[in-house]
Each structure stands twice: as structure tokens, then as C-alpha cells.
Design a protein around this ligand. Structure first.
Ligand code: C2E
Ligand code: CA
Ligand code: CA
Ligand code: CA
Length: 278
């Protein structure tokens, strides 16, 4: 029994060891991926609930891995976060997305472009990257929106975060809070920071038709948005029933599989054309 126990520890040890090795390899590969442009962007439409037209898109990163195929963010973003690599990932995304969206603009498709920005990335370098990407691409700043999580705003007051956000807002870039209602709770930042929009987390949206409590939460977030003059986007809409309730509650913008999953840029632009302007 003793030796079996020992063997078990060895087993766990080597399992842990191989996990550490796998992570290290992935991380090395990710650095190469950033250098060699193996990342790519899919775009999910944000839709006007009254007209069904796309008014914007959210860019979502994927990794075209040379061996393992197309990897979702869950396969590399947590890892990049742990290694402090998110500023590099987000900078890549900002440059690439601005270029692609500026291209659509020349084809007559003026969709707002929402990009996810990790808490780690909210430093003065983000402002520099953004200025550079806007200049390089010619994309009008008012079409650009950064989605931040509440974590990014948690210590906003005692760090340089406020300055960074104010500089971004001064450029004309809009700021929104992602997964709203799931984070660290102080609503103070809504008053003190230049926030233009909140995104209601899909857990509330999806539960709302079935549960009075969740419906009440969605309603109160929409009320909050109206009171503070924030745009409110409902995430994760999958059914006609969810959409109907959102409309009834006065939600103007929604996003989710019901309209479209994230798709390659060319396809997202077709949505923009068919349902949007030209
Ligand atoms: P998120 O920003 O909350 O993005 C929404 C996620 O929900 C996306 O997953 C999207 O594909 C998925 N989704 C959209 N509609 C529906 C729906 O109707 N039902 C369900 N069940 N899911 C829906 P994805 O693409 O796997 O991205 C996961 C997360 O990875 C994102 O969550 C975001 O936090 C992060 N992420 C993705 N791209 C980037 C990036 O370029 N930079 C940063 N910092 N984070 C990113
Ligand atoms: Ca997001
Ligand atoms: Ca979200
Ligand atoms: Ca999320």
C-alpha cells in the first residue's frame, strides 16, 4: 500500500510536470503566433432590436494554430493573462481590427467596432497603440469602442487607469463595461469615469424569460442605463422569446447567436450591408 501511495504521488507529480510543460509550450507558441500573425478575428453583429439591422460588430480573437487548428480564446487568453502577455495580444487585435474596419468603411459599411481590452492592457501604452492604429488605418475614432470588465475598473481610482480612460475618451473612443453585473459591484465608477455603454451579461439575459428575478435585474439595468444616459447592449440572445422580452423592456441593442455567431469579417460585412446602410 505504501509503495502504491508513493507511486500515486509520482503519478501526480509527472501529471503536474507535463501540464506545466504543455503550458510553457503553448506560451512559446503564442509568442510566435503574435509575431507571425497566426491570430485572426471573427466579428459578431450588434443589432438594433427595433429594425434588426446590424449597428456594430464585436471582434473576438481566434488562433489558427498550425497543428491544433482553430483555437477559441479560452485556449489562450487565460494563459496570456497569467504570463502578462495580454497587452501584446490586445495591441495586435487593435491594429488588425482597425485596419479591417477601415476597409469596410471604404466599402460603405460604417459599423461600430467593439474590441475587448484586458485589465492588464489599461496602461499609457494602450493610448499610444490606439492613436497609432487610428492614424495608420484612418478609422474614425467615433467608430471605435473598447469593452472593459469591472475588474479593469476595480482599482481605477488609485492607479493611472482613470487617466488612461480619460485620454481614450478624449480621442473620441467609446468605453463600455462588459459582463455588467457579474463583477466587483461598486457603481461609483459609472459616475466618475467616461463610460458610454454597459453590456448585460448573458446569464441574466438568458434566464430573464423564465425567472422573475432575472427579468427584474435586466429591467433595472435598462432603467439604470436610461437614468445615467448609457447605451445598454444585451449579450447572449439565443431565442425569439429573449428578444421579445428585451424589446418589451426597452432594450435597443442586442447581440447573440439568435442573430449571428461570430463570423469572419467578410461575412459580418455582408450582414452590415444587407441589414445596414448601403
Ligand atoms: P466576451 O467579451 O463576453 O464575448 C462574448 C462571448 O460569448 C464570445 O465567446 C462569443 O462567441 C460568445 N457568444 C456570443 N453570443 C452568444 C450566445 O448567444 N450564446 C452563447 N452561449 N455565447 C455567445 P468567445 O469568442 O469564445 O470569447 C470568450 C471571451 O474571450 C470573451 O468574452 C472575451 O472576454 C475574451 N476575448 C475574446 N477576444 C478577445 C480579445 O481580442 N481581447 C481580449 N482581451 N479578450 C478577448
Ligand atoms: Ca466583450
Ligand atoms: Ca461579455
Ligand atoms: Ca466574458
Amino acid at each position: 500500500a505504501k509503495s502504491a501511495g508513493k507511486g500515486r504521488y509520482h503519478f501526480f507529480d509527472s501529471q503536474l510536470e507535463s501540464r506545466v510543460r504543455t503550458r510553457q509550450r503553448r506560451l512559446d507558441e503564442l509568442r510566435v503566433a503574435l509575431r507571425d500573425d497566426q491570430l485572426l478575428l471573427h466579428y459578431q453583429p450588434q443589432v438594433d432590436t427595433a429594425t434588426g439591422r446590424a449597428v456594430g460588430v464585436e471582434a473576438l480573437a481566434r488562433w489558427q494554430h498550425p497543428v491544433d487548428g482553430l483555437l477559441p480564446p479560452a485556449a489562450f487568453i487565460p494563459l496570456a493573462e497569467e504570463a502578462g502577455l495580454m497587452p501584446a495580444v490586445d495591441a495586435w487585435v487593435i491594429r488588425r481590427a482597425c485596419r479591417e474596419a477601415a476597409d469596410w468603411a471604404t466599402q460603405g459599411v460604417a459599423l461600430t467596432l467593439a474590441l475587448n481590452v484586458s485589465a492588464q492592457s489599461v496602461t499609457p501604452a494602450l493610448v499610444a497603440t490606439t492613436i497609432e492604429a487610428l492614424r495608420e488605418s484612418g478609422l474614425p475614432p467615433r467608430l471605435l469602442e473598447f469593452e472593459l470588465t469591472e475588474t479593469a475598473l476595480l482599482h481605477a481610482e488609485d492607479t493611472g487607469v482613470v487617466d488612461v480612460l480619460q485620454q481614450l475618451a478624449a480621442l473620441g473612443v467609446r468605453l463600455s463595461i462588459d459582463d455588467f453585473g457579474t463583477g466587483y459591484g461598486s457603481l461609483l465608477y459609472l459616475r466618475s469615469l467616461p463610460i458610454a455603454a454597459i453590456k448585460i451579461d448573458r446569464r441574466f439575459v438568458q434566464a430573464a424569460p423564465g425567472t422573475a428575478q432575472d427579468a427584474a435585474i435586466v429591467k433595472s439595468l435598462l432603467d439604470l442605463g436610461r437614468t445615467l444616459e448609457l447605451r445598454v447592449v444585451a449579450e447572449g440572445v439565443e431565442t425569439a422569446e429573449q428578444l421579445a422580452l428585451l424589446r418589451e423592456l426597452g432594450c435597443e441593442t442586442a447581440q447573440g447567436y439568435f442573430f449571428s455567431p461570430p463570423v469572419p469579417g467578410a461575412e459580418a460585412v455582408r450582414h452590415g450591408r444587407v441589414e445596414g446602410e448601403s
